[in-house]
Write a protein that binds this ligand. Structure first.
Ligand code: IVH
Length: 676
């Protein structure tokens, strides 16, 4: 393809992708499948790689991320980034209304909006292009998080990019729009579920997750967190509007995600109606809000009212009360998860909270029980904050019964009686009896058949339970023996001929599931979907993974010592090896056909040791760059080591060994030259 052709194709693809992006993320009206969208994006990225000088800073490919921000630059705000004064009662609002009416003459119109519970962001646009995204910081200056913000699909990179040139909106040459970045509860729950499965500490609530995500150094990880963004305020010199409402309506036309939850109110009673409505209905929203914001609509009136040092006099936030209740802790029970992880559960005397009746709350782990010193019989405070599962925030010590025994965490598995174990860095206790503990056996099978693993959808939890109870399946390999028992299974109540045929067809089909998902399906502790993908791509087949030493495993991006140990432990177990051999014979995929994680093959066949501290790159960056160019990273120096990338304060042992073996030592600059 000639450069000119590539330019045209890139332009066409970018336009179409932005158009679909708008439809999907801003207007919530998608018109193509995710699959086709991804194909177009892949095509664009391929062309941009082939013709790097055609890559534009507002290309839709920027949304995939990849840029690493070492340190976020501090940026001074063009307009002070003020916050709002808070009110907690309708009385407070009456006072606010009085102050406003005293301050300005004429009719007053308020705009009521939701107070989104996320992280504030300011987006600067010049000539229709996003040029900088900044956090609030201390109000005077914030952090430049542009690379991360570009991965948020609801944030337009170029206004009207999805439209023909003629129908693009006319926008001010220079303006700033501010809004709130947030994470929907669905995304938040999915992240936490994955973290739980991988034994990682859970994130507290969507707001904290958003804040943490926005400050991540790797924008590709930010992209994977699927953040969203609502806009709520426009700033600029001589904006062509008379009031806030008009500005928001227009911003929506420019392509910004301005939510529909806006109300024009002429009286305070109308404001109260808006508040009451959302106080009641907020739980039905897919994201968290913590109140309502009330703004004087007219720009002229806003100007007259002005600001205090911290906040505008023309706006106020009304904060909802955090919903808490107190109730009695009747019992602590313990659940055994698929991986053997134990979760203590507080069984409560039912209590009304946030529109539902709460009977149970997670107590997470032994440390939390210890910290709260929560005991059966206690009156506990239950809160429904950002989290869906209510949490116990404390104990009403005044109400503690005279006999309340300190909670003793269980030491044996409640299901199979095996002594529990707890690793050094682990928050949770585990039952190690994975081969004999029923919920673990059944859980392992349900995980194996689940959608993201082997995707045998007619073998869900209930059917697994049934076939296990009837003695047909005791481990995952037995699933593939089920065709032999076709007749007997058909005899089971609820399992008609048709559902058995579906089941067997699903089992047969699963033999084609790619290796990375088979690896995930094995249910190795800490090896979730993403890490399974990385391991499969890097080490290519099951034999390599089974035989890998710790440093070979940790040479893979993001595989830490804990995961490596877990993989090694898994395959050290003879039963697991036998199981894999059985699955191999059955014909499951144990070889990766995915593209290796390489961007070039410049370092193929070369082995590197990275040691010391560096000025330009982090150690992880260097390791990633080695792998992305086909090289291999190992932890120890040996005769096979091709190069040592040596930083400052390199370990003396490594240095001695390198000198003895005559391994070539290079600096980070020399390495950079090698891959350029
Ligand atoms: S307007 C000068 N509108 O609430 C007024 N803020 O202290 C600027 N927030 O962290 C704020 N939803 O990010 C405004 N609809 C909304 C909002 C909103 C949430 C956040 C804002 C800031 C805090 C105000």
């Amino acid at each position: 393809m000639s450069k000119e052709e590539a330019r045209k194709k890139i332009e066409k693809l970018s336009k179409e992708l932005e158009e679909h992006n708008q439809k999907y993320y801003v207007l919530a009206k998608p018109s193509i499948s995710d699959y086709n969208f991804d194909r177009m994006l892949e095509e664009l990225m391929k062309l941009e790689k082939e013709f790097p000088d055609l890559l534009r800073s507002d290309s839709p490919s920027q949304r995939v991320g990849g840029a690493i921000t070492k340190e976020f630059k501090t940026v001074k705000h063009d307009f002070p980034f003020l916050s709002l004064s808070n009110s907690y009662s309708k009385e407070d609002l009456k006072d606010f209304d009085e102050r406003v009416r005293k301050g300005v003459s004429g009719t007053i119109e308020y705009i009521c909006e939701l107070k989104y519970d996320g992280v504030a962001i300011g987006l600067k646009y010049e000539n229709g292009k996003l040029i900088q995204a900044v956090t609030r910081g201390d109000g005077e200056q914030g952090d430049d998080i542009t690379a991360n913000a570009k991965t948020i699909r609801a944030i337009p990179l170029c206004l009207g990019a999805g439209r023909d040139l003629k129908s693009r909106p006319t926008v001010p040459d220079k303006f700033e729009i501010r809004g709130e970045v947030f994470m929907t509860r669905k995304v938040f729950d999915a992240i936490n579920k994955e973290r739980e499965e991988e034994g990682e500490a859970l994130l507290a609530n969507p707001r904290n997750s958003t804040a943490g995500t926005l400050k991540m150094q790797n924008s590709a990880v930010v992209a994977s967190r699927k953040l969203d963004c609502f806009m709520y305020m426009l700033y600029g010199k001589d904006l062509p509007f008379k009031n806030h409402y008009e500005s928001m309506k227009e911003a929506r036309k420019w392509g910004f995600k301005v939510p529909d939850y806006l109300a024009k109110c002429k009286t305070l009673d109308e404001v109260f109606d808006f508040i009451d409505h959302w106080d009641e209905d907020r739980h039905d929203l897919p994201f968290d809000i913590d109140g309502v914001v009330i703004k004087v609509n007219s720009y002229d009136q806003q100007k007259v009212l002005g600001f205090t040092a911290k906040s505008p006099r023309w706006a106020i936030a009304y904060k909802f009360k955090t919903e808490t209740a107190s109730t009695i802790l009747e019992e602590i029970t313990y659940q055994v998860g698929r991986t053997g992880a134990i979760t203590p559960v507080a069984n409560l005397k039912p209590v009304a909270l946030g529109g539902t009746t709460v009977k149970r709350a997670s107590l997470h782990n032994a440390d939390i029980i210890e910290k709260l010193d929560v005991r059966v019989g206690d009156t506990v405070f239950v809160e429904k904050g950002g989290e869906i599962i209510p949490k116990i925030t404390g104990v009403d010590m005044k109400k503690r019964p005279s006999i309340a025994h300190k909670t003793k965490y269980i030491s044996k598995c409640p299901e199979c009686g095996t002594e529990l174990v707890r690793g050094e860095d682990e928050a949770k206790h585990y039952c190690p009896n994975e081969w004999g503990c029923p919920p673990q056996i059944k859980g392992a099978m349900t995980h194996f058949t689940s959608r993201k693993a082997m995707n045998i959808d007619s073998l869900g939890e209930e059917t697994v339970d049934l076939l296990y109870e009837k003695g047909f399946i005791k481990n995952i390999a037995d699933i593939y023996e089920l065709p032999k028992h076709k007749k007997d299974i058909q005899e089971i109540d609820r399992m008609g001929e048709r559902s058995v045929s579906n089941l067997l067809a699903g089992i047969e089909e699963s033999k084609q599931v790619p290796f990375e998902r088979v690896l995930y399906a094995l249910g190795i502790r800490h090896v979730g979907e993403t890490l399974a993908k990385k391991l499969a791509r890097q080490l290519r087949n099951i034999d390599a993974i089974m035989e890998a030493a710790e440093d070979q495993l940790t040479a893979t991006n993001d595989i830490g010592g804990q995961v490596a140990k877990s993989v090694i432990d898994f395959f050290a177990e003879k039963k697991n090896r036998v199981l894999v051999e059985r699955l191999k014979k059955i014909g499951l995929q144990f070889e990766s056909h995915s593209t290796p994680l390489t961007q070039s093959a410049k370092l193929t066949g070369l082995t590197f040791v990275v040691s010391g501290t560096f000025t330009k790159f982090s150690r992880d960056d260097l390791k990633a760059a080695i792998e992305q160019n086909g090289g291999k990273v190992v932890g120890t120096v040996s005769g096979k080591t091709g190069y040592i990338i040596a930083g400052e304060n390199m370990g003396p042992e490594k240095l001695k060994k390198a000198e003895k073996l005559g391994v070539k030592m290079i600096s980070e600059d020399e390495f950079e030259k090698m891959i350029k």
